[in-house]
Design a protein around this ligand. Structure first.
Ligand code: PEP
Ligand code: MN
Length: 360
């Protein structure tokens, strides 16, 4: 797939003067619930209503969705509010039912994107469709798997494509339900700047209080839209209760977000600068996390050395590291002087950590 401008035609055709906002509950629960939420969102910036009908649950026993019945509720919501509709499809059978009920946008869930076989089956079922298909990133941090899914749709003559960034699962617990790994989405954006990129802050966060910040970061990184789980009674939602926000909260968030538009040349400059600064912030955060990870390993080495009564400073090993890093750095255009200064500082911090452990 080359970077084709036609990829974003569907979004330009919406004629929005703000990023696309998709909102609605994690799951359709009852007809009243779907209609009530749709009406609460009706006159907001959200013009696409989302609701999961078939819910892919990692563990059995959780609410698995109301099934095809819910498609009728989405149709009714569309009639009553004029909002477009979207739901997740995970099999050719889902595709047939969604098309029969004239769902406007189909999204592919993270657990589906990991399977090229299922993606191919869904792409075949959608062959030549004009519907918009949004592909969520796979559960694991693998850019090729994500792009591969987009390419399979594109090869089946499905041209109205976009991607949804919903974060990546990790074994270690962090403040996120799914780590954003912004650099993966940035890489995708650099490769395919015309492929609309939408953030799903809800599944990244897994909680309400950081939804706003995630949305702002996405706008600073020039994302094209947001998909936010929204429920009038989040605490009692049948799925993903902790991360859903009310339509009123979403409307407030949309008011507070700074959307940077290209108005004049100087606005364009500010835009670019903001975009690049957001990328620097992402990289800086990664640096800190990596340094912290390195120090943890260093602490463990300290414990091992202490148990064996070995000295903290191992000059030979240290000189080997330094030599290797200077060479590595050179290959990446980093000066010897910089590498030496950086690694001496890192080494000193490591020694401080280990000495503390020795003294314990
Ligand atoms: C969802 O959107 O409710 C969902 C199940 O998402 P994901 O595939 O990102 O887990
Ligand atoms: Mn959900």
């Amino acid at each position: 797939m080359e970077n084709k401008k036609e990829l974003r035609n569907w979004l330009d055709a919406f004629g929005l003067d703000h990023p696309l906002v998709i909102a609605g509950p994690c799951s359709a629960e009852t007809e009243e619930q779907v209609l009530k939420i749709a009406h609460q969102l009706k006159d907001s910036d959200a013009n696409v209503l989302r609701a999961g009908i078939w819910k892919p649950r990692t563990r059995p026993g959780n609410f698995e969705g109301v099934g095809a019945l819910g498609l009728k509720w989405l149709q009714k919501a569309k009639q009553e509010t004029g909002m477009l509709t979207t739901t997740e499809v995970a099999s050719p059978h889902h595709v047939d039912l969604a098309l029969e009920h004239d769902i406007d946008i189909l999204w592919i869930g993270a657990r589906t994107t990991v399977s090229p076989f299922i993606i191919q089956d869904i792409a075949d079922a959608l062959k030549g469709t004009d519907k918009v298909v949004l592909v969520k990133n796979p559960v694991n941090p693998d850019l090729s798997l994500w792009l591969g899914a987009v390419e399979r749709f594109y090869s089946c003559d499905i041209k109205n494509l976009g991607v949804i960034h919903r974060g990546f699962s990790a074994y270690e617990k962090t403040k996120y339900r799914n780590n954003p790994e912004w650099q993966i989405a940035i890489e995708l954006q650099n490769k395919f700047p015309d492929l609309p990129l939408i953030l799903d802050p809800s599944h990244i966060a897994g909680r309400r209080d950081i939804i706003f910040d995630l949305c702002q970061t996405a706008l600073d990184l020039n994302y094209d839209g947001l998909m936010v789980e929204t429920h009038y009674d989040p605490d009692n939602a049948w799925s993903d209760a902790k991360q859903q926000i009310t339509p009123a909260t979403l409307i407030q968030i949309m008011k507070d977000l700074k959307i940077r538009k290209e108005v004049s040349e100087s606005e364009d400059f500010k835009n670019k600068l903001n975009n690049l600064r957001a990328k620097i912030d992402v990289a800086d955060n990664q640096l800190i996390e990596l340094l912290a990870k390195r120090m943890k390993v260093s602490d463990e080495i300290g414990q091992v050395k202490k148990a064996q009564n070995v000295s903290v400073l191992q000059t030979k090993r240290w000189n080997e590291i330094l030599g290797k890093m200077v060479l590595e750095g050179e290959q990446h255009g980093l000066s010897e002087e910089f590498i030496l200064r950086l690694f001496k500082a890192v080494h000193q911090e490591s020694i401080n950590h280990q000495e503390k452990i020795m003294k314990q």
